[in-house]
Design a binder for this molecule. Structure first.
Ligand SMILES: Cc1ncc(COP(=O)(O)O)c(C=O)c1O
Length: 425
């Protein structure tokens, strides 16, 4: 098992806050180790200049650092060719890029198959295509929070041009069988996109083994800086897409009436790129590789199974949690409510009655209560409103783990939840 104390010692913010912060909001963003912060400082101290355009040595060195970062991150996700990886701002931008660029070749009647557990960033960009008559379909979930494969198969039709699915749900923690979904999509002649925002940071992900056509993920959710993300695509598919943003560095020739474009990945990196971000993310990848992604996964598996054990032990009468109980299908995400908190209970008369009898504590009150015990969790719809509606709740609270969390953090979470329950009794 990981020596979490040693790991925690690498994170200046966690050291500075000490016992005043139990950070359980890692699905939103993670803290940064000093190795990542140092790499960024080193870049600005020693290498800063614009990339790709300078003929002088400093610019060549900066370009070299930038391209080596691409190579390193490409290796990390099992891609054999760094040209298959374009730097973007985040998962959201990667998915917008795909929807926009693929949209050129989608027509009225074509279908996109998603799942009901998608983050808004894998729903809204596709909705833009509805204007063209493109139809969105959503595969449902089973009662245990896993993907309903029968529904998925039924909704995959000969009109399905694109299947875009999250690898791990940011609300339920459900890990989808990406290899199986990719195979089903490919057998159907559909393109397969994987949203890796909650998987690449937490488990080994190998794009070639999974056979995904495209993969999107964010640096800031895996110890890297904000403002850097990755779009991976099989080279011919990526290179075959029309560009998203136009401007410097993404072109081959520009005339007053038209332009020709550079090949991927430059085609998708218009303007000055986030060099600092790429270098910081590469340092984050080194840090994670050093621990080992199998280790990261087993640490989080331990934390989530310990959480479910604690849940049983504490037996808080009004606590209801969501997501698969099978640890093989579950990431380090624990989403719960104190009370049902469904839309019906929100109607005014009922809510007052339920607060009075203490059977419903609003997730925002749960999060505020936990914060007063120095436990930081997220509360709300977690940018997954369709899933929140599907679960028949208005909102939930979510604890999400990472490498620096420990069983002691879980203990404190439950002690604090008990306190909140007593307060509302
Ligand atoms: C599953 C999933 N997809 C996409 C995103 C969007 O990530 P970003 O905000 O970094 O673009 C998130 C963020 O929480 C997520 O959890």
């Amino acid at each position: 098992m990981l020596s979490w104390q040693q790991i925690k010692g690498d994170f200046p913010l966690l050291i500075n806050k000490g016992k005043n912060l139990i950070f359980l909001d890692n699905a939103a963003t993670t803290q940064k180790p000093k190795q990542v912060i140092d790499a960024i400082v080193d870049y600005y101290t020693n290498w800063n200049s614009n990339v790709r355009r300078g003929i002088y040595r400093l610019s060549e060195e900066a370009t070299d650092h930038y391209e080596k970062s691409r190579e390193n991150i490409s290796n990390f996700i099992g891609s054999s060719d760094p040209r298959q990886l374009a730097f973007v701002r985040n998962t959201t931008e990667a998915l917008n890029l795909l929807a926009y660029s693929m949209g050129h070749n989608l027509h009225e009647g074509d279908e996109i198959l998603l799942t009901i557990m998608e983050h808004h960033s894998n729903i809204v960009p596709w909705q833009f295509l509805q204007e063209k008559g493109v139809k969105l379909k959503f595969a449902d979930i089973n009662e245990d929070g896993t993907l309903d494969m029968e529904d998925f198969r039924n909704k995959l039709t000969r009109k399905t041009k694109v299947v875009s699915v999250t690898h791990c749900s940011n609300l339920l923690g459900t890990i989808n069988d990406a290899a199986e979904l990719a195979k089903l999509a490919h057998d159907n002649g559909s393109l397969f996109i994987l949203d890796g925002a909650q998987s690449v940071p937490h488990m080994p992900v190998d794009v070639e083994k999974l056979d995904c056509d495209f993969l999107a993920f964010s640096g800031h959710k895996m110890l890297g800086p904000m403002g850097i993300g990755v779009l991976y695509g099989k080279y011919d598919l990526l290179n075959g897409l029309p560009p998203f943003n136009g401007g410097g560095e993404m072109i081959s020739q520009v005339y007053t009436d038209h332009s020709t474009y550079a090949d991927a990945p430059e085609k998708f990196e218009a303007g000055t790129p986030n060099v600092e971000g790429a270098i910081g993310l590469s340092a984050a990848v080194d840090y994670l590789r050093n621990i080992g992604m199998d280790e990261v996964r087993s640490h989080e598996k331990d934390l989530i199974s310990y959480t479910l054990k604690k849940e049983e032990e504490h037996h808080i009468d009004i606590l209801k949690s969501y997501g698969p109980r099978d640890m093989e299908k579950r990431g380090g995400i624990y989403t719960f409510n104190l009370g049902e908190f469904n839309p019906l209970s929100m109607s005014e008369g009922l809510i007052n009655e339920q607060i009075r009898v203490g059977s419903n504590v609003h997730p925002h009150d749960v999060a505020t209560g936990l914060d007063s015990s120095n436990v930081a969790v997220r509360a709300g719809h977690h940018c997954a409103m369709p899933l929140t509606h599907r679960l028949n709740v208005v909102a939930t609270s979510r604890a999400s783990y990472y490498i620096y969390n420990s069983r002691e953090d879980v203990d404190l979470l439950f002690e604090s939840l008990e306190k909140i329950r007593r307060l509302y009794a």
